[in-house]
Design a protein around this ligand. Structure first.
Ligand code: FAD
Length: 527
């Protein structure tokens, strides 16, 4: 990689108002690369063969529209800048634009000032950027060309119109296994089963040693980005210090290899486990690299399958990991494409209360929530079960507005882009779409958390008590939720049992549940 001076990009920025002059009159073609499309191998070879000038835009409007976690901004910008330098090293000319406005506006100015110029772009994954780019394409027709987004494995056209008709993950996943051939023996699943979920719900034994994830020390470019974030976004969510994520494809591949050799083997067993002070457990922590193109979904599946064949990891772990990437991740994208933009305002239960204040500062006596939020504030990350069964569960049980939770997940997580974050929050986690994505609301009481974690032993509340001031709030909030939203329980085969169980409680117990829940919900500090 080329040596660059400190504050290299600041110098470019000072010059950015003159960016149009960096296009020579004889230059006719540019290729726009978005911040989440950082992998030239995915772009069509016939376009790359012409060596178009690459346009990379740093948009202050994108950085500002929600208070993204400071580490997320640092990650996005640093990865983008490293990518720009790598492209120069690979023989491309790169035009870096800095704009206070949107990506599309920066490109609009570029095209206006250079009437000879044609621009090609890949379909953006996120809705708003896509809409703005579509408008640009219309306004500058025929100078702007669109290419399909090939960062995903699923063929959208095949699945998109099935989602609203109740096309669920399991059927989709099996189709994807068949079409890719991943973990298949002919037309049958390797090992005879499609799904090893039953084996993947173990509580973490106390003595289990969790291998550390390698820290990547920030280089000069990342340090420069961090200084800019500290200066321009000091009040954004989260902690900037201690940034140690990968910012190049090479580094991300190194972390993927480390995951495969050190953690994949136990990924399956402890996929649903929670442990105090262990934010990563046996998870891969690779979503952020997948979501901006540094890593590709197909190559990660292939690495995991190779690990199975070499005896490095058992089938329950490898299938579990592939189910997440080939199944859930792809399914979420299809769901987003099928459901936008209406799904943004979905609110099946009609919850209107503001999100609790603790989501911003982590101040709560509930150990499980405290641990999950501390991890998000520090790392911009918490693992799936914390997202689903702690943070989303609590938001739902306290009748919080799903749109606010959705926005919180979008800015607070380093891997959050709307196409993947929204389906997970509104579809999977809080049932805001009324059951299009998930077959039941993902709510639970304290017992589930106690079974899967060691949090309850360190908590100010008592998970064994069902009601009253000392009782674990998840307990009475859960039954209060079952009663309040009973229609969704009573009519749903999978969970109607819970409504029946509530009905069988004594009147006195029901009253205690209601009183405890009301007091807790009323006294909860909210935004
Ligand atoms: P691992 O547990 O190691 O899983 C491997 C990979 O599988 C992940 O890197 C990810 O790419 C993929 N994956 C697993 N589950 C899902 C899923 N449900 N949807 C999509 N991909 C999945 N994922 C994001 O990438 N961005 C988000 O903004 C995001 N928001 C979420 C919000 C909520 C409320 C919930 C319940 C889940 C969310 N997820 C999101 C999905 C999942 O929690 C994360 O992908 C995962 O925790 C990332 O950590 P990891 O890389 O260690 O994942």
């Amino acid at each position: 990689m080329r040596e660059i001076s400190p504050y290299f990009f600041q110098q470019i920025r000072q010059d950015s108002s003159k960016s149009a002059r960096k296009i020579e009159p004889q230059e006719k073609e540019v290729l726009f690369i978005l911040h989440d499309q950082l992998n030239l191998a995915i772009f069509p070879q016939q376009i790359l063969a012409r060596k178009p000038k690459l346009v990379i835009v740093e948009s202050s409007a994108y950085a500002n529209f929600i208070p993204h976690h400071q580490k997320k901004l640092a990650y996005i910008l640093s990865a983008q800048r490293h990518f720009a330098i790598e492209c120069v090293a690979a023989g491309y000319q790169v035009l870096n634009l800095f704009t206070m406005d949107s990506y599309a506006q920066a490109l609009r100015e570029l095209l206006t000032e250079n009437p000879q110029l044609n621009l090609t772009y890949m379909q953006p994954s996120e809705w708003d950027t896509r809409q703005a780019m579509t408008q640009l394409k219309l306004d500058f027709a025929p100078r702007v060309s669109l290419i399909a987004n090939t960062f995903f494995l699923a063929d959208l056209a095949k699945f998109q119109n099935k989602i609203a008709k109740g096309y669920r993950l399991e059927t989709f996943y099996r189709q994807m296994r068949k079409s890719t051939g991943f973990l298949m023996q002919g037309d049958q699943p390797m090992g005879g089963k499609w799904n090893y979920d039953q084996e993947n719900r173990k509580k973490l034994p106390k003595a289990e040693k969790i291998p550390a994830i390698a820290s990547i020390l920030p280089d000069q470019i990342t340090l420069e980005v961090m200084a800019e974030i500290a200066e321009f976004f000091p009040r954004n969510f989260g902690v900037l210090a201690g940034f140690s994520y990968a910012v190049t494809r090479e580094q991300a591949l190194g972390l993927a290899q480390q995951f495969i050799s050190e953690r994949l083997a136990k990924f399956g067993d402890y996929e649903d486990a929670l442990k105090e002070g262990e934010p990563f457990l046996f998870h891969s922590v690779l979503s952020l690299y997948l979501n901006n193109g540094l890593l590709l979904p197909g190559e990660l599946c292939e690495m995991a399958i190779a690990a199975f064949k070499e005896g490095i990891a058992p089938l329950n772990s490898v299938e579990g990991f592939i189910r997440q990437i080939l199944g859930w991740r792809e399914y979420m994208r299809v769901y987003y494409e099928a459901m936008m933009p209406g799904v943004r305002s979905s609110n099946h239960f009609g919850f209107k209360l503001n999100l609790p204040q603790m989501y911003w500062n982590g101040e709560t006596k509930l150990a499980c929530l405290q641990s999950a939020i501390a991890s998000v504030i520090q790392h911009g990350y918490s693992h799936h079960i914390q997202r689903l069964m702690i943070l989303s569960n609590f938001s739902n049980l306290t009748f919080s507005d799903p749109a606010q939770l959705n926005q919180w997940f979008w800015f607070a997580y380093i891997d959050a882009y709307e196409w993947v974050e929204l389906p997970n929050v509104l579809g999977m986690a809080v049932y805001a779409d009324g059951g299009i994505l998930a077959s039941k609301p993902y709510v639970s009481g304290g017992n589930y958390i106690n079974k899967m974690s060691d949090h309850c032993g360190n908590c100010a509340y008592d998970v064994k008590q069902k009601t009253g001031e000392k009782a674990c709030p998840f307990n009475y909030l859960y039954w209060n939720f079952v009663d309040t939203c009973r229609q969704d329980f009573a009519e749903n085969g999978r969970v109607s049992l819970m409504a029946n169980m509530y009905d069988q409680k004594s009147e006195a117990e029901k009253q205690e549940i209601k009183a405890s829940a009301q007091a807790f919900i009323q006294n909860l500090a909210r935004r």
